[in-house]
Design a binder for this molecule. Sequence first.
Ligand code: SF4
Length: 379
Amino acid sequence: MTTQTSGRQSVHGTERLARPARCIIDIDGLDRLSREKRSQLERVTTRFPFRANDYYLGLIDWEDPHDPIRRLVVPGLSELDSFGLEDASDEASNTRLPGLQHKYADTALLLVTDQCAAFCRYCFRKRLFTAGGRETTPETSAGIQYIREHPEITDVLLTGGDALSLPTAHLEEIVEALRAVDHLHTIRLGSKILAYNPMRVLTDERLQVLLERTAASDKSLYLMCHFDHPREFTPVAREALELVQRLGVQCVNQSPITAGVNDDEQTLSELLQTCTDLGCPQYYIFQCRPTIGNASFAVPITRALSVITSARAHVSGLSRRARYCLSHASGKVEVVGMDADHIYAHYHRAKDPADEGRMLVYHRDDKATWLDDLIPADQ
Ligand code: SF4
């Protein structure tokens, strides 16, 4: 078991006592599981690393073997089932430099870390944690130079991994360098920290100052939050979200629809409504990518669309803005409808500009979990 301590710090000038966050990276430290279970799961964690912390593990109902929070972070033997690809969206083909992806003309991704406050078991980039982070680099000068040389890029997403896992001083250097790029309009931070370790934001005054200064600059600053389940909105998570918003950061939420976590209409409608209530609207509901180890998280496309449609029926227009998309190698494909025979979709974002907005019609297949499983209607 490894421990990290955030300690006592101030919240943007206000003293508070922060409970130390204890990070666990050895499955054998998960003493709520039997010794036998832990030993079985070592087979999984030697392949797909485990990482969690006592705050998040404390949200689990250990009496419930199907608890959704448990499914999110506690490994399962089904991860060893043969399924999926390491890089299901072919991100390799968008990688221009180590740690820099450029798929859509206006948007660049900087993969700045291979760390997260905990590892989602369904992560679509778990290859980063197993491959030693070769696709990420905290050394961003070449990536930022690439962005400088591409005036069509107006939007940069710092991701990985979790952008807020970076030490604050390092994040500050990257953000300040990006602020100096005239043609950038938007800086986005991709992060599940408010769900996994909200104390990170509440206790780091230097981070708060950085967020506030950037949000007040000529760039828009967005925190791309990642709440998967309404139970992640604990009082401390709400406090951290409220603080970030007070600092001027615009917050939106995105999460995949995953089996046993949020693939029922009640959970999903509550997630959508809570996001709206807290001023952090859901922006995308993603289809879980067919990534290696993710067999048990996959929800068939037609079932996912039914659940999303039912969930939307319980919420007002403000909570219906999220687009149900597959992050496919060819672009973001939004699934918009189905009938007895067909599934209808269109390109919300296309890698090839010629595909922008193009409609897609497929034969209905209630087992299909990814676009490549579907047969176009004209075949
Ligand atoms: S927070 Fe994001 S990058 Fe980290 S494990 Fe979860 S899905 Fe993967």
